[in-house]
Design a protein around this ligand. Structure first.
Ligand code: CP
Length: 319
């Protein structure tokens, strides 16, 4: 990889897909391609980030994002500090900014932040000199998820240009849906949002997506079907009659999947609620790439850390 190209993201923050150009997205995807093979080595480690310190500041629950950042950091030989709000002084009333300023006093190079409030990573990025990476902020964005989703689509279809991507579920409360809509629009794919009317976002038109209140017409000819869970933790009241009825009308079943293109792949960012938005037969079926998404998440997060650190080695996977 040309060093000057790899330096395009040096020292920057990754707070949202809306702030990345198509060229920067392409660079991250290509870098992740090179880093994927590190996981196949007998010793899954390169010295690229030796001497760098990464703080993982997770103020909301996470399994995939948190562990895959941690694996990515360790595979790049960075030192890691793990922060969870339940065991920190946040429980004694310390604010996010005081927490971050105190962590900065220990000179980290990166802060990975997941926070329930939309915009928290952006505000940190304005005042904190370390590179800030958004690991999910409220209902706003989840940029590294959209990047790993795009990477997984590209593995199957080579290019994102012209792909028909259905995103179905609780779109209104989904940062994954928003980041995917931004990314797929920049890369020339067609996005179809599907949800009960009460769970469609108000800004669908601005996002450049088409909307459907039934799954069947949206699935016609789809290349990718991405299912999302209902985020009850972000809703004060249930926006549909019952989970049973939700399954009957909006779940991806084997019969409904047949409406999509024969080569269609099924995606889900996790956590899945089997029997609510997705039938287990589909989740575990031959068209599912759900666990490939998780594998690819490590390579994407390694690529982002490598590029923000300046992309200084000739190749990201140099050992
Ligand atoms: N996809 C995702 O964000 O999953 P986690 O909440 O487990 O990190």
């Amino acid at each position: 990889m040309a060093v000057e190209k790899a330096e395009a993201l040096a020292g920057k923050d990754v707070v949202g897909i809306d702030r990345l150009s198509a060229g920067e997205i392409q660079l991250i995807l290509e870098t992740a391609d090179e880093l994927l093979e590190v996981a196949r080595r007998p010793i899954k480690k390169v010295p690229t980030l030796r001497g760098y310190t990464v703080v993982n500041l997770f103020m909301e629950p996470s399994t995939r994002t948190r562990f895959s950042f941690e694996v990515a950091e360790k595979r790049l030989s960075a030192d890691t500090l793990n922060f969870s709000s339940s065991s920190s002084s946040v429980t004694k009333g310390e604010t996010l900014f005081d927490t971050a300023r105190n962590l900065m006093a220990m000179a980290p190079d990166f802060i990975i932040i997941r926070h329930p409030n939309s915009g928290a990573p952006h505000r940190l990025a304005e005042v904190i000199p370390a590179s800030i990476i958004n690991a999910g902020d409220g209902i706003n964005e989840h940029p590294t998820q959209a990047l790993l989703d795009a990477f997984t689509m590209r593995q199957r279809f080579d290019s994102l240009e012209g792909l028909k991507v259905v995103i179905a579920g609780d779109i209104r409360h989904s940062r994954v849906a928003r980041s995917n809509a931004f990314l797929l629009d920049k890369m020339g794919a067609e996005v179809r949002f599907v949800a009960p009317a009460s769970l469609l976002p108000r800004e669908a038109e601005e996002l450049g997506v088409s909307t459907f209140v039934r799954l069947e017409p949206a699935l016609e000819g789809a290349d990718v079907v991405m299912m999302l869970r209902i985020q009850l933790e972000r809703q004060s009241k249930m926006n549909f009659p019952s989970m049973r009825e939700y399954f009957d009308f909006f779940a991806l079943t084997p019969e409904r999947l047949e409406l999509a293109a024969e080569h269609a792949v099924v995606m889900h960012p996790g956590p899945m609620n089997r029997g609510v938005e997705i039938d287990s037969v589909v989740a575990d079926g031959a068209q599912s790439v759900i666990l490939e998404q998780v594998t690819n998440g490590v390579a994407i997060r390694m690529a982002i850390l490598y590029l923000l650190a300046g992309g200084r080695s000739e190749s990201p996977s140099d050992s």
